[in-house]
Design a protein around this ligand. Sequence first.
Ligand code: ATP
Ligand code: MG
Length: 147
Amino acid sequence: MPTDVNSLDEMHGLGLAVGGKLSRGDILLLNGTLGAGKTSLVQGIGEALGITGVTSPTFVISRTYPGSIPLIHVDAYRLVGEPWALFDDLDLESQSPESITVIEWGDGFVERIADEYLEIKIEFGEADDQRIVTFIPHGQRWSGFTL
Ligand SMILES: Nc1ncnc2c1ncn2[C@@H]1O[C@H](COP(=O)(O)OP(=O)(O)OP(=O)(O)O)[C@@H](O)[C@H]1O
Ligand SMILES: [Mg+2]
């Protein structure tokens, strides 16, 4: 069931709600074009873990924030179309069981590290600040996931 998000504040609020449902080892794939609001959602997720200051640096692909559970925020934009080995070199598999891992631009990559992940699709709505967010479960862990 898609969720209507009508402002940046609401996107942060949605992230906060999602973050409150997460456990160690969870992996999230965020899909959506440039400026859709992926990082904004991650900021809300971070807030739920007591983390402030989640940003989207240009050259850093993966960053780990200490929180009630560590948050690994990956922005794989610069890896799209590049050899898989560059993604594999991030070595997310060794860290992800202890953390919550959220991957922007991870389509086609996330399957390399997990069978089970929650895909969150963010699309632009009709109004400037409107976004349509859809949760797509992959694997047993996420079947029937609701907020
Ligand atoms: N409802 C909304 N939800 C999220 N962001 C919104 C919303 N309305 C407006 N915005 C604006 O859209 C932009 C979203 O930027 P953000 O960095 O979160 O996108 P992104 O999907 O991570 O982009 P990128 O692919 O470049 O990483 C921000 O400038 C934010 O202020
Ligand atoms: Mg981003």
